[in-house]
Design a protein around this ligand. Structure first.
Ligand code: GP9
Ligand code: MN
Length: 615
């Protein structure tokens, strides 16, 4: 029995493996919301952590006898921390962490109040086995012996056998999974969290190889695709607002369901509701962000490219070549600036804004920030706009100015003096507070617009307001159901990804609601056409929302999409009008287009193709 020569080493190792296996199973089963249907899925869930538990802890075999016990503990601890990071991330995003998310931690201020709000007392159970192993390791008379080559080989063989069994069972359960690898949740459920991380690692390496092989031929192919899908602008609006300023306002976590909504008889967004009455309002407009959140929204708007499937482009590719909105406008004599009451390094903005062509970034260091006028990530919205006005007045027209609000950010913290609405009373404090922070944001906007009117900018600027991404994630959906008074179906869940888009043009006094289906990727061409700028030479994937030719179509980063009549989500096709489940063939006509959009856009970024473009 080779396994029991040098017994204490093996008993210790095998105990650690079994405990880590059970823990990995528990994470998927009890700490996340993955639903298993049927016995086979349960069996898969039990089996999938075994191979990785064996392999991860066998790393200790590479260390000398003396260090073997301690390396088991260290590796176990690090792997547990990874599981814990997954749990925290999952609690908000209903998604698993990716390598870029971990590496971008320093760019998002590390661990914050948002993270603390996601912790739970039950989390200590994740560390109980480690504590027990530690005590045992300290007490035991430790007599480690060398691990022979044969023993190592046998260990790896056992692990590989479990892995093969896992793959075979998954194939039997869902043969389609191997075709569409968009969905991280499905991969984790099928192969376990640790194997998911291995898959993630490999998929991060692929773009590195693609970059080395990039050539101008790749660009030409994509140029052809873009040209084929180009549509003509709205003939009446094209160039109507030439040389006007552009004011873009990012509304943190603001979703369409707050617009025109009353809570306890009070309007949540009284100012925005009034503004809509004298602006264009797009009520079928969706956010398309992924793990880069606010920075993804900014990227979508300035470039009309899709964000990446994992991590933020701002953090991952700040050195790549872009042809962004500030650069395009610069050629027409515009200056471009950004205002944001947070550290300039957050989301790596300082680097990325240089690449995008911004002339000036007014960040935390340009504002007077005190204990009283800050909350959560930074300056509260009211003082933010107030203090920005001083700089705005110094701007030479024409300018493009972007304002990024912050107060309505998870976990929606608010000081008592800023509570301007009675919260709803769902069982979720996060959801209740959300309505108060949205109401506060609305108040800040009202005051800012008063200033814009007083300074004459209201009449000489195209003003675009957009919700950057959702605020209430699926994890808090139950609270939202209580407030909205309805059960959320898959189609309703997609509808919740709508964010408001409001465009006010100079001199406009009448409102118009436009129902065209679109997303953040469409903002740039829409805006450029109002300014009379021809977009046919750009590499972009958006379309003018005012164009009569704009089709109802929006693609999401996870491969879901919405058309005029259908919603494709979670690998299922639904009829939009009544949410009825349809045959997949009804959605199939859009599959190729959806994949081409995402893949072409990714290629532009990964292969840095804009370096080959003549500008
Ligand atoms: C931070 C702000 C919020 O500067 O952009 O970031 P988010 O978490 O929404 O991406
Ligand atoms: Mn945001």
């Amino acid at each position: 029995m080779i396994f029991f020569r040098g017994r204490s080493t093996w008993i210790f190792y095998l105990t650690a493996v079994i405990l880590f296996w059970l823990k990995s199973y528990a994470v998927l089963q009890f700490y996340t919301d993955l639903k298993t249907t049927g016995l086979l899925q349960q069996i898969i869930l039990w089996i999938n952590p075994i191979a990785s538990s064996i392999l991860v802890l066998s790393l200790s075999f590479f260390f000398g006898k003396k260090l073997r016990g301690s390396t088991v503990l260290i590796v176990d601890f690090l792997a547990t921390m990874l599981l814990y990071a997954d749990i925290l991330y999952y609690r908000f995003y209903i998604d698993f962490i990716t390598l870029p998310v971990i590496t971008q931690l320093p760019n998002v201020g590390g661990l914050s109040q948002s993270t603390v709000a996601l912790a739970s007392p039950y989390d200590v159970f994740l560390f109980v086995d480690l504590l027990a192993l530690f005590v045992w390791w300290r007490k035991d008379e430790w007599r480690p012996t060398p691990v022979t080559k044969k023993q190592r080989g046998l260990t790896v063989t056992v692990a590989v056998l479990f892995l093969l069994a896992n793959v075979a069972l998954v194939k039997a359960e869902n043969p389609n999974l191997f075709k569409a690898f968009y969905n991280r949740e499905a991969i984790a459920k099928a192969f376990g969290i640790m194997n998911y991380h291995l898959y993630d690692l490999v998929s991060q390496l692929k773009p590195v190889a693609a970059l080395a092989l990039a050539s101008d031929n790749d660009l030409e192919e994509i140029q052809r695709y873009v040209a084929e899908h180009e549509i003509s602008p709205n003939p009446v609006l094209f160039g109507k607002y030439k040389n006007q300023n552009v004011i873009l306002i990012s509304l943190e976590s603001t979703q369409t369901f707050v617009i025109h909504r009353k809570v306890n008889g009070q309007e949540v967004t009284p100012f925005l509701n009034d503004l809509i009455d004298e602006s264009y309002y797009f009520d079928h407009f969706y956010h398309q962000t992924e793990q880069g959140k606010t920075s993804d929204a900014e990227f979508l708007i300035d470039n009309s490219l899709y964000p990446l499937p994992s991590g933020s482009v701002f953090v991952r590719y700040p050195d790549h070549e872009y042809e962004a909105l500030p650069e395009i406008l610069d050629r027409r004599g515009y200056q471009s600036v950004v205002f944001h009451g947070n550290d300039r390094t957050f989301w790596n903005r300082d680097d990325m804004y240089d690449s995008l062509g911004y002339d000036r970034f007014y960040s935390a260091r340009d504002y007077r920030m005190t204990e009283e006028n800050t909350i959560n990530y930074g300056l509260k919205d009211i003082p933010f706009f107030e203090q920005s006005m001083k700089y705005v007045k110094q701007l030479e027209p024409p300018f493009y100015a972007k304002f990024i609000t912050l107060s309505n950010h998870f976990p929606f913290l608010i000081d008592p003096e800023d509570e301007l609405i009675d919260p709803p009373n769902s069982d979720y404090e996060i959801v209740n507070r959300y309505f108060m922070t949205v109401r506060y944001e609305d108040e800040a906007l009202k005051r800012f617009f008063q200033e814009l009117k007083a300074s004459g900018l209201y009449d000489s600027s195209i003003i675009v307001l957009y919700g950057d991404h959702y605020g209430i994630s699926e994890a808090y959906e139950e609270g939202l159901e209580q407030v909205l008074g309805e059960q959320l179906s898959p189609v309703e869940r997609i509808r919740l990804q709508r964010v408001p888009l409001i465009i006010h043009v100079p001199g406009q006094t009448e409102g118009k609601t436009i129902h065209t289906v679109g997303g953040e990727i469409d903002i740039r061409p829409t805006l450029l056409h109002l300014l009379g700028i021809d977009t046919s030479k750009f590499i972009h994937f958006g379309h003018d929302l005012f164009s009569p030719e704009k089709e109802d179509f929006v693609v999401f980063r996870d491969g879901s999409f919405v058309t005029d009549a259908y919603v494709y989500t979670g690998n299922e096709c639904y009829r939009k009008s009544d949410g009825a489940l349809m045959a997949k063939s009804m959605c199939r006509p859009w599959f190729d287009r959806r994949s081409a959009e995402l893949e072409n856009s990714d290629q532009v970024i990964y292969q840095n193709l804009l370096q080959f473009k003549e500008k």
